[in-house]
Design a protein around this ligand. Structure first.
Ligand SMILES: C[S@@+](CC[C@H](N)C(=O)[O-])C[C@H]1O[C@@H](n2cnc3c(N)ncnc32)[C@H](O)[C@@H]1O
Length: 291
């Protein structure tokens, strides 16, 4: 691949998706975009670059972005955030949203759905504690193909073996030949939608909890800062933000700050939440009531 071709793909991806490609990832461009060039019947990657320099076809650009994004995910990935969600965040919401009886969750880079479905299962497992509450989960991603998979809620044996406790598999899935399909009560808790994190978030509504894990790692600091700034405007003043294990707000923004001793959990800068005493106790009683 010519250096100029690499530059064109790098600039296109940065501008349209935020993804930063360094020269050492040139091999990825070749291996992932080769099949796109073939699908669009270009003789080579160079020929596809030529088409991009004219008036690019929107669908071609989407295919290029989809091919270059990494969709790696699993149920209960890294487990700890889901423990924090169940033991710290949900009990806080149970106490502090008691009048509204409404919790809005946004899963901002949902990939094939394992993350939002994990949240839905945890919420469901709380049983009658949240009965009569309106708990909604919006799950978004830049890739329409991956969102279609997520909406289907059908997973292979391999996928359900990665991180999903067997008790949850038995309770929330139905086996269909070699595949496992999430039951409708869990599927109905989630609305899947296309959303590009580079776009304005104003029309998304507001959220009590945002999961944005393992996507900012691909962006540069300026892009991350802009995303945090936009999120700070649509999250409740006492809301919670979850980031991936290799991601942080530190040194990037002061709109959010980490919660002490709760790795991966962040609150808005003026939020006084600091693992309130009694929260863990509240979590235990939440589970006790649920059983
Ligand atoms: C590595 S996956 C992480 C999935 C899940 N959050 C997790 O932690 O398991 C990253 C996801 O971010 C999506 N993504 C990449 N750039 C995006 C953007 N600009 N806006 C929205 N989603 C994006 C990709 O399509 C991919 O599904």
């Amino acid at each position: 691949m010519r250096i100029t071709d690499f530059d064109i793909y790098r600039d296109l991806l940065k501008e349209r998706s935020g993804l930063v490609l360094t020269q050492d990832k040139a091999y990825l461009v070749e291996s992932r975009l080769g099949p796109v060039a073939k699908k669009w019947e270009f003789a080579s990657l160079e020929a596809m670059t030529g088409a991009l320099q004219a008036v690019p076809d929107k669908n071609l650009v989407n295919d290029i972005i989809e091919a270059m994004t990494t969709n790696e995910t699993s149920f209960f990935r890294d487990i700890k955030p889901f423990d924090l969600f169940r033991d710290t965040v949900l009990p806080y919401m149970l106490k502090n949203r008691v009048n509204q009886r409404k919790i809005k969750i946004w899963c901002a880079a949902a990939s094939s759905g394992q993350e939002p479905y994990s949240l839905a299962m945890v919420t469901k497992e709380q049983g009658s504690v949240f009965s009569g509450w309106d708990i909604s989960i919006k799950a978004t991603d830049i890739s329409s193909d991956i969102l279609d998979q997520a909406r289907n809620g059908v997973y292979s044996q391999f996928e359900v073996q990665r991180g999903l406790p067997i008790t949850m598999l038995m309770k929330h899935f139905t086996q269909d030949d070699e595949k496992w399909r999430l039951n409708d009560d869990i599927r109905k808790m989630i609305q899947f939608e296309y959303f590009n994190l580079l776009d304005s978030m104003a029309a998304l509504g507001t959220f009590d909890i945002i999961f944005c894990r393992n996507v900012l790692i691909y962006f540069d600091e300026e892009t991350k800062a802009q995303i945090f700034e936009k999120m700070s405007k649509i999250i409740a003043p006492d809301g919670f933000l979850f980031l991936g294990g290799a991601e942080t707000v530190l040194g990037i923004t002061d709109t959010f700050k980490p919660v002490k001793e709760k790795r991966g959990l962040y609150v808005t800068k003026d939020n006084q939440f600091d693992a309130e005493p009694g929260t863990e106790q509240a979590a235990k009683s939440t589970q006790a009531i649920a059983q």
